[in-house]
Design a protein around this ligand. Sequence first.
Ligand code: T3D
Length: 260
Amino acid sequence: MADEVLSRIDGAVQTITLNRPDSLNALNEALMIDLRAAVESARDNAQVRALVITGAGRGFCAGADLSSFDPNVPHNDPAPLLRQRYHPVIEAIRAMAKPVITAVNGVAAGAGMSLALAGDVVLAGQSASFLQAFAKIGLIPDAGSTYFLPRYAGEVRARALALLADRVSATDAERFGLVWKVLPDDQLANEAAKLAAHMSAQPTRAYALIKQALNASLDNSLSQQLELEATLQSQASKTQDFREGVSAFLAKRTPKFSGN
Ligand code: T3D
């Protein structure tokens, strides 16, 4: 069987490529199992200090694979599948103590859009598009879309995107706050690799603590968030990279961060 997910490590960067191009990288069970394993290996490998997730071919990910659904047979309850296969991937990306870049090379639909939005930095090729496909087939947004959309795009856009299920261009997605940068298609892979290489040489422990603070931010009061910042800053200030950052600043040289 073809590898549903490709994974390679260059230096301190792991790149995971969804690899079912004929179906725009639709998420079947084998792909989800492999994706979870690849994401968890990136999380657990101390050598890896940045992760890129992208798609093979002209799509990023078309969401759940609909080809095995039989409209004449009651559909298996999706809740266990979501809990076992989708949630661990989305949660691992968000909680990972290293930066995750999603390089959206084509259409990101349904849970594929959720996966794209789970990244810490979302890059998109000019011809990429985003689609909350769920309502078109009588489902609701899952895999985190109802969490990400109002937080990133605001309530008004979240509701319209989810309910109307219109396909949105990369440029509009950037305008809505769903994408950090739109790049020419032929530069996306290189720019994602360059950004990942840069981020993999930054203070990884501080990055992890920044993610922790931002992950908690919108659920906290100001007082709670101030307290969390103080606690996490205390941890950041004990890292080798903090010492290195200040030493480099004072010596007017470029810091060399070890990630510790
Ligand atoms: O029970 C559970 O699993 C619950 C979980 C749900 C999570 C979800 O993600 S639900 C949402 C599922 N996804 C969709 O509804 C999207 C379906 N796809 C589309 O709407 C369109 O394909 C796109 C808008 C994504 C792209 O359109 P276009 O015109 O660029 O491409 P296309 O021609 O429609 O698709 C190209 C091929 O990919 C085509 O195959 P073919 O005809 O060349 O053999 C198409 O069937 C296949 N494909 C696209 N999406 C899926 C898919 N095959 C299986 N599953 C798909 N989701």
